[in-house]
Write a protein that binds this ligand. Structure first.
Ligand SMILES: [Zn+2]
Length: 240
């Protein structure tokens, strides 16, 4: 056979090329959007004139999680306002469920639920093309890390939207292997019949990640990529 005539060096080369081809193929089937290589370069003009709602989680009497000197409600608001700036600069019309340290709790039983229902009402009344709820995660202990996107499957578009934003967040922090996850128990996600996701930007219970999450540069890089992912979703996913 011809291959027997090849020099040892060439056989080695063919071997490594084959391995490379196999790895590329496997990798691209796991990460189909990666091979397009375009989420990071998505054209933000796809956001022009598009109404997008942002829901900074918690606020007012509700701190959310609190670890490593980070209070979730403040972090959520900071990141949400930065995301709003990027989206507005791209020509989107942004609606925020809150733009300062407020809550919508009512007195007595059901206060928390009413806070969430008020956010649902604000988003539904704005009737955006998409909405994004911003939170931060915490567990007992500090071992877990990584930003993660949650979605409800009751709107068909949500899975693809969540997977696209999760893909954009694969370096938050570097090495993040978390996948977009379906969750049927998040009231805001379940109540809204408009495409949307909830982003847990990271674990404030992890000392290293908490330090990153309060870093203005890390925040800016994160919201820039979220905006790119939303633009990619509107122009590529929905254009398929
Ligand atoms: Zn939260």
């Amino acid at each position: 056979m011809r291959i027997l005539l090849l020099k040892h060096k060439n056989v080695k080369l063919i071997f490594f090329c084959s391995i490379f081809a196999i790895v590329t193929h496997v990798f691209s089937s796991y990460y189909p959007t990666l091979t397009k290589g375009s989420i990071n370069d998505a054209d933000l003009s796809a956001l022009k004139g598009v109404c997008i709602a942002i829901d900074p989680g918690h606020g007012g009497i509700d701190d959310g999680a609190s670890r490593n000197n980070v209070i979730e409600k403040d972090l959520n608001l900071t990141i949400s306002l930065k995301l709003a700036d990027v989206l507005n600069a791209a020509g989107a019309n942004v609606v925020l469920t809150r733009d300062n340290d407020v809550d919508y709790y009512t007195k007595g039983k059901g206060g928390k639920r009413n806070d969430l229902l008020k956010r649902v009402e604000i988003i539904q009344n704005a009737n955006p093309r998409l909405y994004v709820s911003i939170h931060a995660n915490a567990i007992a202990g500090s071992k877990w890390s990584g930003s993660q996107v949650f979605f409800s499957p009751h709107v068909a578009e949500n899975r693809l939207l969540a997977e696209t934003v999760q893909e954009a967040l694969r370096n938050f922090p570097p090495g993040n292997r978390r996948q977009a996850k379906q969750d049927l128990d998040i009231l805001v996600l379940n109540r809204i019949g408009i495409p949307g996701i909830l982003i847990e930007t990271g674990y404030i219970s992890n000392t290293n990640e908490a330090a990153k999450l309060v870093n203005p540069q890390y925040q800016q890089e994160m919201v820039d990529l979220i905006a790119r992912a939303l633009a990619y979703h509107l122009s590529n996913n929905m254009g398929r």
